[in-house]
Design a protein around this ligand. Structure first.
Ligand code: OKP
Ligand code: ZN
Length: 316
């Protein structure tokens, strides 16, 4: 197993997000990934690798050209302390552009693509420590702390070599990944998340969103009530594994958010730390080459332990 990490994410560090007009501390902070990285450095230092630099065309395969240049040029134009809460190419007030946002977002994509590269080379399990996260980024929209859709870009890259299933276990629905693959039948998107009637992103993640055209049947949402426990979650997880088996993909990507944890400050499920090992073991039973992409998870002090528990279950 390999772990991919770059410290470039640190420079993307917005001071606040705006919720109902109120300025709050930014939950998607560098300490999240530092917590995981420091924990894994203790346990598995020899498995940690830096990312390669991939050409921009991988991002352009997924994101609209004008969207990518907007992010690049606006990041570059900002003075060192300036922050932009954009008025277009954006779905909410959680996703500001800072001087280093473009650099951090492209580096996060490199971390994901490097993981995909190792999977292609025959590595059975790779964990890409992406930050900023990606699953809310649509082809031309940033949102929910996400700028480029790391998992979608990696999935598209792998899809040139065989069918890809994406299992999204972040607490929030991955509206971006869903939108990007909604018309495709070579990439299956399955998500288990909080019912969007109550939680972000509100506008998608419902059960009746099943894909369109050729993609019909290749998008599956499992919205769950707030307060979902380990046991209840396991039952649904097993259903998603059956969906994945029926699809018989060549590769599996897991959009791994740890905001399903019982003490997550913005989540609302009740999953316990040892249960992430169970999730890992279940996913491992698929026996597929697996790329884990980091998404959310905001209980900073617990993230290292959660990630390690998950990896223990996933390790062959
Ligand atoms: C990103 B990912 C808290 C509101 C938070 C934004 C949620 C973004 C989640 N004041 N709303 O899926 O973990
Ligand atoms: Zn989330």
């Amino acid at each position: 197993m390999k772990i991919i990490y770059s410290d470039k994410h640190v420079k993307h560090n917005p001071p606040f997000e705006i919720y109902d007009g109120v300025y709050e501390a930014y939950a998607e902070k560098p300490e999240r990934i530092m917590s995981i990285f420091n924990f894994l450095k203790e346990k598995r230092a020899k498995d940690i690798y830096p990312p390669d630099n991939f050409p921009i065309n991988h991002i352009l395969d997924i994101h609209h050209k004008e969207y990518v240049s907007f992010l690049k040029n606006r990041s570059a134009k900002l003075s060192s302390k300036e922050i932009l809460y954009p008025s277009y190419f954006i779905r909410d007030t959680y996703t500001p552009v800072t001087p280093k946002t473009y650099e951090a977002a492209t580096s996060s994509v490199d971390v994901a693509l490097t993981g995909a590269k190792y999977v292609l080379k025959g590595e059975g399990l790779v964990y890409s420590l992406c930050r900023p996260p990606g699953h809310h980024a649509e082809n031309k929209t940033m949102g929910g702390y996400c700028y480029f859709n790391n998992a979608a870009i990696a999935a598209n890259y792998l899809s040139k070599h065989g069918k890809v299933a994406i299992l999204d276990i972040d607490f929030h629905h991955g509206n971006g990944t869903q939108q990007i693959f909604y018309d495709r039948n070579d990439v299956l998107y399955i998500s288990i998340h909080a019912d969007p009637k109550f939680k972000f992103p509100y506008s998608s993640g419902f059960e009746d969103e099943k894909g369109r055209g050729e993609g019909l049947g290749y998008n599956k949402n499992y919205p769950l009530p707030l307060g979902t426990t380990d046991e209840e979650y396991l039952e649904i997880l097993k259903k998603t594994l059956k969906d994945i088996k029926d699809f018989s993909p060549k590769f599996l990507i897991v959009s791994a958010g740890f905001d399903t944890y019982e003490k997550d400050p913005i989540g609302g499920f009740k999953l316990t730390i040892p249960f992430y090992k169970v999730i890992g073991r279940q996913i491992n039973s698929l026996e597929l080459p697996t790329l884990v992409i980091q998404e959310g998870g905001y209980a900073v002090d617990a993230l290292g332990e959660i990630a390690y528990s998950f990896l223990q279950g996933l390790s062959k």
